[in-house]
Design a protein around this ligand. Sequence first.
Ligand code: C6P
Length: 428
Amino acid sequence: MSNAITLSSLTASPVAPSVAQPLETQLDRIRADFPILSTSVHGKPLVYLDNGASSQRPTAVIDALSDYARHTHANVHRGVHYLSQKATDAFEGARETVRQFLNAKSCKEIVFVRGTTEAINLVAQSYGRPRLQPGDEIIVSHLEHHANIVPWQMLAQQTGAQVKVAPINEQGELQMDALAALFTQRTRILALTHVSNALGSVFPIRECITLAHQHGVPVLIDGAQAVPHTAVDVQALDCDFYVFSGHKLFGPSGIGVLYGRESLLQAMPPWQGGGDMILSVSFTGTTYNELPYRFEAGTPNIEGAVGLAAAISYVNAIGLDRIGAWESQLLSYATEKLSQIDGLRIIGTAKHKASLVSFVVDGVHAHDLGTILDQDGIAIRTGHHCAMPVMEFFGLSATARASFAFYNTKAEIDALVSSVSGAAALFR
Ligand code: C6P
């Protein structure tokens, strides 16, 4: 199956980077690929450091969405007419792009959903609900986003199961021994983040998956904060479910991916009913479609999938190795510079971190800090980051969070540091 968005649409861009050179030598060209980065905010150049919430889209994605609307759009899997087949090819081509991105064995294992949140709810309801019995156990960690807590709590309420929490230490690292001690005969699923959105900690998911499998327990990995920064190979990880959102990966919002091991998805009932997920419907009985369509009821987000494929092609062309190398420089630089500010404390000092820094400043509420920084054109996120148990663990109500993407520069970190220093001085 051919890819909907091929590298040719990316390399048509005059700024397509070459993989041979370090990314930092091409930053101007890369930044020019993101039109929004030249926006001014309150008369200052935008410094966009809220990539953990949602990252920006390159022209290759914007053009793919526009081209799709101009030349391709029709409903998929339904029509014999030219446009419907073209749209179906684009949509299924996008699925193949995602399959390659995750190194899944088959497109049957790639389900398009609205995002990470929907993917986790799907697994909780379709995998978990028919299986779990009163007294069964679900393990999550203390560092999860609400999207990887609440669906499991809902499942526990529905089935009489209980949610157990694997602890973290003061650095924001998963305590592996304590995790290992949580497994019992009643453990039915382990759901863990790959990268924490609140602290940036990278979990040793390969080890966690091996541990869970020793107990015969399947694992769901929340990859929302991981896929923009690191390559993921679901076969090498041997994971059972891996989920992520398009909008954090330089793609559109409203599209995301559930990877599921084929044997598990085959055994799961549909989650939602409607068009496209059936083979035949009558009032005497309905038969369901094959994978992955069984989990894609109704008209899907076709342009979202096409845009996501364009984003993946763009990221692939830059190279996740180069992205990781540059972002680790950004992380070290930001950590060093921010630490020099009087009264600033970094929350989350795990040995392995993605390019994200959460911090608090003595005497300055995180929201005030965010508002002051906004006046300087700097976008960061402040609050509990939809990870209230993490805030509770550190005895905080909120942190400020600067989250970097490969298009960020050290000069932008200097601007952040200067603005935070100014705010800290104001409240001293
Ligand atoms: N975190 C942040 O600012 P959705 O909203 O479904 O695309 O993603 C939810 C989600 C799940 N897991 C993790 C680890 C996440 O970081 C997020 C989204 C954003 O941190 C918005 S709250």
